[in-house]
Design a binder for this molecule. Sequence first.
Ligand code: PLP
Length: 477
Amino acid sequence: MTGDDGVGDGVNEHRIGDEHRTGAADGDGRVRAGRRDLAVRAAVERGLLGPGEPIVGLLDVVGIRESAAELRAAFDAAVAPGTPVLHAFAVKASPLVAVVRLLHKEGIGAEVASPGELALARAAGLPPSRTVLDSPAKTPAELREALALGIAVNVDNPQELARVDALMRSASSRSPLGIRVNPQVGGGSIGATSTATATSKFGVALRDEGAWEWVVRAYAERPWLTRLHAHTGSQGIPLELMARGVAETYALAEEINRRIGRPQIDTLDIGGGLPVNFGSDDTTPTYAAYVRVLAAAVPGLFAGRYGLVTEFGRSLLAKHGTVVARVEYAKSAGGRAVAVTHAGVQVATRTVYMPREWPLRIAGYDGQGRPKAGPPVVQDIAGPACFAGDLLAEGRELPLLEQGDYAAALDTGAYYFAHHYAYNSLARPAVHGFVPDGVGGVTFATVREGQSLDEIVAESGGAHAGALTNLRAPERR
Ligand SMILES: *Cc1c(COP(=O)(O)O)cnc(C)c1O
């Protein structure tokens, strides 16, 4: 993690240049906030949220569809006619089957990085041709399955390439195959999500001695290596740095094809990583802004000589999710107002452990689910877990939250409530999708049931209760 990164005061700026902050969809942001308010109100009225259901995740289906359409439109407007483009949603950003299926129906594929994520994508109905497998630790069995299915694979390192060599010798595969490179262009404001630093664990580190030549030779010796992949980082990477990573990758592909004497690399996978604005309801930067930066930095990218794969995650989902939690108690400590809610480290792990890097906006609602009004009061919004640092927000100015109110953590549609952390055996909350019903209300659909106590016990080894008491070393004589 980096220290002084210019992120603070509860607003995440990500060092995005001013040009990317303007031209935002302010109107869209307001409309989205309106839908969110309607959904919170309706969730309370329907009992999806209340004294017995003190926490819930809500997904704005209209917003998700809009983001998918904006992504497709941004690239469609830039690429030469007929250029194949696969936008593969990074499933890790929201590993919920109904979300992956919704995006599939909106023309978005899936990027998976574990057997679990591949299983989710298959359960969502993704065909192998719309699926890309990345991961720094693929086992031989995973590679064999991916190649048998015809799923695209980005090979991470020389040892993995040796495994793929062996598989390709023993059977043919329709899988498009490529190598992931680390362009080592540097990190952004958040160390943990910067994947193109000199020592990042991902891909072949291009600037290391001999690496560039090794990659060129790997392609020259393997006509079935037809793709090249880089993902420069997630959240906190300025657009210009992301584009520089893509430019390095593009230059390498050009050199490989020139040295081989034919366009063996036919597709570039440029990864994901578009940052999300956690500071307001505006969607900034937009996909269109990133495409403009890419077109300026890598003019040949959209010329039609390469098909494109993208792997966006956070930017497709973050602004469309809200976790809402009941204020169980409102108290005061050392003169500070503290709202003790049911949302904490179990649904906002990154924010609780790294509050400076991952600040979240909090919106207050009253006991009926109406936006809370009143003069701003400095207060802490705490979670239910048994450690002092379990705070969603510290020293935040909001209308005073009172017992029975609700606190909503905004922009939590990616890497938050879908990423449960089982601290204190706190239950995974239910997740519901919503759309306006056209007559002033909201229609809900369950995406994931809340976790039951029986499930918690079962997942905690309830079937093996006697396992340790029955295990005895032989008596010593
Ligand atoms: C995490 C990840 C992504 C998605 O990143 P976002 O910041 O969510 O867009 C894409 N590709 C790879 C290889 C990743 O690890």
